[in-house]
Design a protein around this ligand. Structure first.
Ligand code: C2E
Ligand code: MG
Ligand code: MG
Ligand code: MG
Length: 281
């Protein structure tokens, strides 16, 4: 099994910095083993249309389940995968797996099937091979480019000059491009002039306190207006209540994602949702 559980011992025997470095090295090695042993899987969280609640897309969210251990969240291991460079191999697996599932949905439901959002991290965006890898995955699975949307963050786009070029090449492939956690980066509005995105995913922090405070409503409303003015789709992230969904609809949002509608679930669960009555919005 994975060896990263030795952390606490390591921490006792060395300085805090060394312990962190050692923890990361152990975790990176465990990740590499986990990838070889097939311990990763993708869950899919519905993105729904408001107010119907119809599932129009899904976001692929990775989980790691080492042998006999609880599921480990991507917040914990993605940063380590990025640092160690393993994100390139892991990212290739994510891309291939998500495209394979998207191809099944394309075959079953055609253009009405769910589009699949795939997260790519800053390090992947700096990899000049990324557009080629995406093109390869599309053709391997016979997938139309508009069936997937690549999710990137503002921070990642600003990580280096090459990132923006990669983003443009991705867009030229015909895949959708979403700015994830929109509004939490530092140059949100500047970026919209130069980055060819198709979707803004408005960060959960702007959605959380929509309980009538004028400021919060004004911000959420402005963000949806910016999106529609620029011809972009706005998706509200982290919607947890019916009240939020109602307010978002009133503020102009037509797409939402969050526990109120559905949690991330295995691919088969998405089919069950598509074949069942629509989610209540
Ligand atoms: P993200 O891309 O912004 O994904 C949304 C996160 O919010 C997911 O957490 C999702 O489960 C969670 N979420 C969705 N609705 C709600 C809600 O109503 N309430 C709350 N409290 N949370 C909600 P998750 O799956 O733990 O992923 C965390 C982050 O890890 C993601 O944030 C993304 O940055 C990264 N990540 C996940 N999967 C991948 C992947 O395949 N590749 C890469 N590079 N990063 C990934
Ligand atoms: Mg995302
Ligand atoms: Mg997000
Ligand atoms: Mg977010």
């Amino acid at each position: 099994a994975a060896k990263y559980t030795g952390t606490d011992r390591a921490r006792e025997h060395s300085g805090a910095l060394d312990a962190t470095a050692q923890h990361h090295a152990e975790l990176a090695a465990a990740l590499r083993g986990g990838l070889r042993r097939g311990e990763f899987r993708l869950l899919y969280q519905p993105i729904v249309e408001l107010p119907s609640g119809a599932v129009t897309g899904v976001e692929a969210l990775i989980r790691w389940q080492p042998d006999d251990q609880p599921v480990i969240s991507p917040a914990e291991f993605i940063p380590v995968a990025e640092h160690s460079g393993l994100i390139i191999d892991l990212g290739a697996w994510i891309l291939d797996t998500a495209c394979a599932d998207a191809a099944v949905w394309q075959l079953r439901y055609g253009a009405a099937g769910p589009r699949v959002n795939i997260n790519v991290s800053a390090r992947q965006l700096l990899d000049p091979d990324l557009p080629g890898m995406v093109a390869g995955a599309l053709s391997r699975h016979g997938l139309a480019p508009d069936r997937i949307t690549i999710e990137i963050t503002e921070t990642a786009v600003f990580a280096g000059g090459a990132a923006m070029e990669t983003v443009r090449e991705l867009r030229e492939l015909g895949v959708g491009l979403a700015l994830d956690d929109f509004g939490t980066g530092h140059s949100s509005l500047t970026l919209l002039r130069t980055c060819p995105v198709t979707t803004l995913k408005v960060d959960k922090s702007f959605i959380d306190d929509l309980n009538g405070t004028a400021e919060q409503e004004a911000i959420a409303s402005s963000l949806s207006t910016i999106a529609s003015t620029l011809g972009l789709r706005a998706v509200a992230e982290g919607v947890e209540t019916q009240d939020q969904a109602d307010r978002l609809y009133a503020l102009g949002y037509r797409y939402a994602q969050g526990y109120h509608f559905a949690r991330p679930i295995p691919a088969e669960g998405i089919d069950a949702l598509l074949n069942a009555p629509m989610l209540t919005a």
